[in-house]
Design a binder for this molecule. Sequence first.
Ligand SMILES: NC(=O)c1ccc[n+]([C@@H]2O[C@H](COP(=O)([O-])OP(=O)(O)OC[C@H]3O[C@@H](n4cnc5c(N)ncnc54)[C@H](O)[C@@H]3O)[C@@H](O)[C@H]2O)c1
Length: 389
Amino acid sequence: MDRRRVEWHGLRPFHLGRLCGDARGRRRRTGAQRDDTYRLVCGAFDLDAERGRDFGTKIGVAADRCYGDYKELIAMEAGREDGVEVVSIATPNFTHYEITKACLEAGLHVICEKPLFFTVAECDEVAKLAEEKGLIVGVSYGFTGHPLVHQMAAMVRKGMLGEIRIVDMQYSHGFNSGDDVGAGEAVKWRTNPKTAGPTFVLGDIGTHLYYLSEVVLPHLKIEKLLCDRKAFIPTRAPLEDHATVLMHYDNGARGRLWVSSVDAGNMGSQRYRFVGSKASIEWSDAHPDQLIYEVQGEPNRILHHGMPYLEEESLAADRMGALHTEGLGDSWANIYLWIAQAIDAKRRGDEAFLRSHHYPGIKAGTGGVRWLENCVRSADAGAAWIDFK
Ligand SMILES: NC(=O)c1ccc[n+]([C@@H]2O[C@H](COP(=O)([O-])OP(=O)(O)OC[C@H]3O[C@@H](n4cnc5c(N)ncnc54)[C@H](O)[C@@H]3O)[C@@H](O)[C@H]2O)c1
């Protein structure tokens, strides 16, 4: 990695509080602490306070700062000189809006999981509140911290692909192929509209695809969209465990993506292919260190992360160097670092830095929710083409 990016900022570690943190929360927690930009000082780690305290103390949080819920955390930390400054929210979707608002009201920055909230109206309201309070809301679109994602963005921007024609994306796994009899809590809340929101897999994994395409193709806007969604396991209806979305972009490009949690046998795969008039690029999480670059009429090339022939913004996000594998943990650490830099700039009132700084903020979270609203509108109209609003 370009170490200057980490060292110049001179950030002192922000005091971080976590809402929830089991094994699944590990990559965010370790990502957050990788650069010493955050120090985990407190949390509400479980719905069961006792179990949460047990977990919190095991990972080094003082017992008296392991709280029963977010309300207690906010109230108790407010009185401390070394109190929490940033809260990372990794609870089920239906809690995001309420907890984010409460944190902002208490003067705390937020890093929230996706899908950010249920509606664009909620996103707009919270964006206004964050603006008024001078606080940052970051969103954990973890995959977009990978250096080769930024290589793709740079290549598109430099015109190396020509005019973009085709956007093809997939994120699927087979972990929900069977029925939900005896399913755990994480499946139960994901398949219930009251706790998951208006979508299951579209929000759970589709928003990652959508946001990554926004990072790579910021100049393309969706004009029309058609979403066809289905619950192969009928108890999940009206939510979907599989969906296909077709998109028309304002430059005439065509997009297709599919998301599924019933792709039986698939242990989890993301694949992105961006096709232009001159060349194509393809990246997948199965081989995250490699970017396939295909120029029409020339031998195909495989670009490797960390190599000096890559663009500056890709090298700036590289942590391991070319000889070693750059993985999801590194990508996650970048997202937390970039949000810490945004928080630091906000505190210093450095709006110029914020304007040029790239990180998934509330606009990115709102974009995902807007895309979901359009997908649901199209699916509910019988998989009809609709204007993207
Ligand atoms: N960015 C990513 O790649 C990624 C990956 C997985 C999950 N997520 C998101 O993280 C969030 C949590 O997902 P998960 O898979 O960790 O869920 P989970 O069910 O495994 O864990 C949720 C945790 O929240 C707690 N909890 C449940 N109800 C609560 C409530 N009402 N108030 C406070 N805490 C409550 C539970 O005790 C549990 O510890 C979701 O929004 C999900 O979309 C994001």
